[in-house]
Design a binder for this molecule. Sequence first.
Ligand code: FE2
Length: 265
Amino acid sequence: MKVIHVTDTHLVAAGEKLQGLDPLERLRLCFKDIATHHSDADLCVLTGDLSDCGQTEAYILLKNLLTALPMNTSLLLGNHDHRQRFCDVFIDTPRDSHGFVQWSQTTSEGVLLFLDTNEPGTDEGVYCKQRHEWLRGQLAKYNDKPVYLFMHHPPFDIGIPDMDALRLRDCETFAQTLASHSNIRHLFFGHVHRPISGQWQGISFSALHGTNHQVPLLLNKDPDNGLFAYCQEDPSYGIALISNDTTTVHLQPFLHRQPVYYKRG
Ligand SMILES: [Fe+2]
């Protein structure tokens, strides 16, 4: 199974720039690259911060752009999103009984769980009692299948103070819930605007650049100095190749990826 991972698209109104860059044009180039090189993918997942300010116009732009992709797509919310405005545009998006944009999908290689960590009024991720009950039920239901998790916020520190201050809140309950299941194969998240991989509680994880601006690798910055840093490292998307015993995640920058051929000697 091939799953494309795209995150933190931060769309604004057409023609507007964000951090000196054009999010709409960059996402168009990203989708063009995916359609050109990975039309055989089973799914493309966008792990939140689809818009920069939760604008309806941004969601309409995204809906139009998505028509360039030949595969099915799954859209998650991030802290920059607005749940109701998103759902008003993407009217077929799955929601749980409490209205959260989270659902499960059964595939040939296991079950994909999509979690909603958006909470109005904060940039931190939230895992409330209702979401906990939902996840607990899903993990119990699919206890005998490989499970892959997708969410916006990381549930642990990544070592960048600015981002650690905005990770998933209430992560102890989340961690305990996952720890009681041995079938969780991989955790995909966004939010951090950086390529990161590793292992948490025995679960492998990966995150990647946003498609517009990035977060610099500032491991010692004071998160309380009132300034938030960004940088213009090249954007990328991920390609996850998933089989019964292996999850391989490739990172693909898409702005300058055309090979240049030359004659040796
Ligand atoms: Fe973001």
